[in-house]
Design a protein around this ligand. Structure first.
Ligand code: AMP
Length: 284
């Protein structure tokens, strides 16, 4: 039976007890509105740990616009059912006041990796992410944290934080789960108007075009970005935020592609901001 815990102290007491009895804990942090992408993280964690903890917390600190926070989809009832169905052991639902009580003033910030791409487009976003994840890691003391490749930069920023803060927690990054037309699953997809939802499939097609060009021998980061741009431009409703060919660990712009590259894009369609990426391995 799934246990639901709302208080931070109860969560801490329970995980201390679990650790003492030798349990291995996998943590899947989410903001709810759960979909198959989240389920994939839960299933991966279930394979490796006796105890899987899912947190649902819509973290106000990682939103850089009030409107975005307000419109973020919430569906606790179905989320709870889905977690039960996936045999989650503990659903942790802390509330805003307990996570950020009056007088809260400590922030965790990964300086350089947080500056570029998503960090540049959404000031304060990663500071919010790393602050809440540092707290969740302290409260839950998991052995492993499960994040999605869908938010590639987030995973790299969090990896750096775990290392810098000497947190004895490994990171597992799971592949992106997609809809049948290639659109990466995201809670934000629920906010797309039907016509925009159709247009949104262009993101994956554009990334695939970049990958094809690499397969055909193109090694110029600039030219790959241009080929992605050309596909995105076929959808007039898509407003481009950035197109990147980045180094998988440093996130630096790759001018000459070699070994491995992350092709990443961020766009607006209607009022909805969507991101996606693929990792392309380069043999020669
Ligand atoms: P969120 O609830 O959007 O904060 O996401 C919680 C976790 O699920 C993050 O680690 C995301 O990267 C991951 N995630 C979101 N969408 C997907 C997806 N389509 N496939 C795999 N993981 C995902």
């Amino acid at each position: 039976m799934m246990k639901t815990i709302k208080s931070i102290s109860a969560m801490r007491r329970y995980t201390m007890h679990l650790k003492k009895s030798g349990c291995s804990i996998g943590l899947v942090p989410t903001m709810g509105a759960l979909h198959d992408g989240h389920c994939a993280l839960i299933r991966a964690a279930k394979k490796n740990h006796n105890i899987v903890i899912v947190t649902i917390f819509v973290n106000s600190k990682q939103f850089n616009s009030r409107g975005d926070l307000k419109s973020y989809p919430r569906s606790l009832r179905t989320d709870r059912r889905l977690c039960g169905h996936e045999a989650v052991d503990i659903l942790f639902l802390p509330n805003e006041k307990s996570v950020y009580p009056l007088g809260f003033q400590t922030e965790v910030f990964v300086k350089n990796l947080s500056k570029v791409y998503e960090g540049a487009a959404r000031p304060g976003h990663f500071k919010g992410v790393t602050t809440v994840l540092a707290k969740l890691c302290h409260i839950v003391s998991p052995d492993q944290l499960y994040l999605g490749q869908k938010d590639y930069q987030q995973a790299i920023v969090v990896k750096q934080m775990l290392s810098d803060l000497n947190l004895p927690i490994s990171l597992s990054i799971q592949s992106t789960i997609r809809e049948s037309d290639g659109l990466a699953m995201s809670s934000r997809n629920l906010l797309l108007k039907p016509t925009d939802r159709k247009s949104a499939s262009v993101l994956y097609r554009a990334l695939q075009e970049g990958k094809n060009k690499i397969r055909l021998g193109e090694r110029s980061g600039y030219k790959i970005r241009r080929s992605i741009l050309a596909v995105l431009r076929t959808e007039p409703s898509v407003e481009i935020d950035y197109i990147a060919a980045m180094h998988p660990y440093t996130l630096e712009d790759m001018k000459l592609l070699s070994k491995k590259v992350v092709l990443a894009i961020a766009v607006h369609i209607g009022n909805v901001r969507l991101i996606d990426n693929i990792i392309v391995r380069i043999d020669k």
